[in-house]
Design a protein around this ligand. Structure first.
Ligand code: SF4
Ligand code: SF4
Length: 116
């Protein structure tokens, strides 16, 4: 795998691997409202059915399927809540990264444009 370059910008290749990566997918209160609305659920029902406490018990996280993937991953790489997916999902890998991310993420580095 290519090395992690902290200042580089990456273009997602929609491999879906990050949606199968185990761990928390944090959802904020506004995100909960937006996702619940998208699913035509009230926020309480959404929280009960699709969230759990995060590992540090400070937040709510989306739950996982039995195989450990995000509960909203369909097939290889389809997000069932794409228009309202959480900021954590939108921000990876350009706004945040985790150790070892290059081993699973197929995003390609975007060449920076030469300056005039
Ligand atoms: S909410 Fe969508 S983009 Fe985020 S981890 Fe789940 S399936 Fe992937
Ligand atoms: S692992 Fe990387 S390339 Fe694959 S879907 Fe996630 S951000 Fe995109």
């Amino acid at each position: 795998m290519p090395p992690d370059k902290p200042d580089a910008t990456y273009l997602c290749q929609r491999c879906g691997n990050c949606c199968r990566w185990p761990g928390d997918v944090i959802v904020t209160e506004p995100e909960i409202k937006a996702i619940a609305n998208h699913l035509k659920l009230d926020a309480t029902e959404f929280i009960q059915r699709f969230t759990r406490l995060s590992a540090n018990r400070q937040h709510l996280s989306l739950t996982e399927s039995e195989n450990g993937a995000c509960i909203f991953l369909e097939g290889k790489n389809t997000c069932k809540i794409q228009p309202v997916k959480p900021e954590q999902c939108r921000g990876f890998p350009n706004r945040w990264r985790f150790d070892g991310w290059r081993e699973i993420c197929e995003a390609i580095e975007i060449e920076s444009q030469p300056q005039d």
